[in-house]
Design a protein around this ligand. Structure first.
Ligand SMILES: Nc1ncnc2c1ncn2[C@@H]1O[C@H](COP(=O)(O)OP(=O)(O)OP(=O)(O)O)[C@@H](O)[C@H]1O
Ligand SMILES: [Mg+2]
Length: 254
């Protein structure tokens, strides 16, 4: 589904990704772990073709994303759902119109057909009753669920989630995790999920990859991640302040 080979990317003279290799098979749910600023959101932007790498190859179903022009990128993006870190709903549009927007712009469906598709996705995330609400009337958790419904509105083959449950209470967070799993099973989509929340990560993942110092330092099953003897991986999973991850910070903080 997705194949990254030797991807390099620097901003100014700061190296963000240095020879990243990653391959994702259909129907996998890959959880990408890494500290804040390690390049997780950047990785998703590269896959969507919003950013171009300095070198290396990024393929979506055998198509080279790095060489696509605007039109082919837009076509590809119709097959990829993106669930943003901060929901990114349009505040002047109600829930129905937020979800309908890509369908109105990119398909020739009638209004009645679009309404039916919007309702179907709202029902999937348990938010049918929010149809006519404005984003400002929704709680953070509701907004996340609407963001999720919008991400899958075009029935994507691949769904990218950036911190889907960050900032939510534990129960709502579990609900979002279950939604991600049931969506991937119901619509047969492949998922890439960026998260810091280890409980979510282990609930969702069929595979995990960890970004550290511009590289993928581990790429394995959740079971092997749990057992990892790599001090960076082990520290990240346990949340321990002792270990290589905080090296360089003043003693008083650690
Ligand atoms: N457009 C840009 N121009 C310059 N630097 C950028 C740009 N986008 C990201 N960066 C830098 O790249 C690094 C990685 O950013 P990114 O947003 O991918 O991190 P992240 O792993 O998603 O972090 P977080 O967990 O906090 O969301 C950061 O140092 C950031 O400052
Ligand atoms: Mg991010």
């Amino acid at each position: 589904m997705i194949e990254l080979k030797e991807v390099h990317l620097s901003f100014d003279d700061k190296e963000i990704l240095s020879g990243v290799n990653l391959s994702i098979a259909p129907r996998e749910r890959l959880v990408v772990l890494g500290q804040s600023g390690s390049g997780k959101s950047t990785l998703l932007r590269l896959i969507l073709g919003i950013l171009k790498p300095d070198s290396g190859s990024i393929q979506f179903k055998g198509l080279e994303v790095t060489r696509m022009g605007r039109r082919r990128l837009n076509k590809m993006r119709q097959r990829i759902g993106m669930v943003y870190q901060y929901s990114a709903l349009i505040s002047s549009l109600n829930v129905r119109d937020n979800l309908a927007l890509p369908l109105e712009e990119l398909t020739t469906n009638t209004r009645a057909e679009i309404d039916a598709m919007v309702m179907q996705k709202l029902e999937l995330v348990g938010m049918a009753e929010a149809r006519d609400k404005m984003p400002s009337e929704l709680s953070g958790g509701m907004r996340k669920r609407i963001g999720l419904a919008r991400g899958i509105i075009m029935d994507p083959e691949l769904i990218l989630y950036d911190e889907p449950s960050a900032g939510l209470d534990p129960v709502t967070s579990t609900l979002i995790d279950q939604l991600i799993i049931s969506l991937s099973e119901k619509i047969g989509a492949t998922s890439i999920v960026v998260t810091h929340e280890m409980e979510s990560a282990f609930r969702i993942a069929t595979r995990m990859a960890m970004l550290y110092k511009s590289r993928i330092i581990a790429d394995d099953t959740p079971e092997n991640f749990k057992r990892s003897s790599d001090p960076v991986v082990a520290q990240f999973i346990s949340g321990d302040t002792k270990g290589p991850l905080l090296e360089g910070l003043p003693q008083e903080i650690t």
